[in-house]
Design a protein around this ligand. Sequence first.
Ligand code: MHO
Length: 211
Amino acid sequence: MNPTPTMIREYDRDAPDQKETETAAFALGCFWGPEAQFGAMDGVVRTRVGYAGGTKPDPTYHDLGDHTEVFQVDYDPADLSYADLLAVVFENHDPSHQTRKTQYQNIVFYGSPNQRETVESVLETRELDAKTIETRIERHTQFHLAESYHQKYNLKAEQSLLDPFEEAGYDDERLRESPAAAKLNGYAGGHGLSEENDLGALLKRNSSASV
Ligand code: MHO
């Protein structure tokens, strides 16, 4: 059994609200992949994708200008730290190499003086120097949301997992901001969910039941 519309609504109702979470933004190539990967992590509550890092007003996927594909994660600092997220970011790309195309460049955006300090200390522990690595380290200013069809892209390719959201009456915005959708998008992208997560536990029961 997949999650029901009621399970989705309850999961979202019980998730930490936006006042309890902090936001981090990164660019690591095509944003579909990392939105799913980070969405599956315990402590990541919401995810969304968009464009940032450039100057062009109102970028769109087909008219990106100097912007880059970026994903945002809202995480619960009681469960996951910014340094934990950075550890995954630096395991996921090679900081001595940068992608030529601006659209797919690797960028760590810091959104506060605290995040900036954490970036510096994580780089130091990894014996990396912000001045010599290729990864761009920049302040997170404007974030332009990407088109709906790019949000939760992996989930949208799994109709059976998308069905309960449609049955629950979710529109594009609610799906984009849904904590359940962040988890199921990760699952659809091939990232296992922890069994400490209610949706992870449910899907695990399904897979063992069907063996
Ligand atoms: N057009 C590429 C990348 C999409 S990503 C949102 C593809 O279809 O895989 O840049």
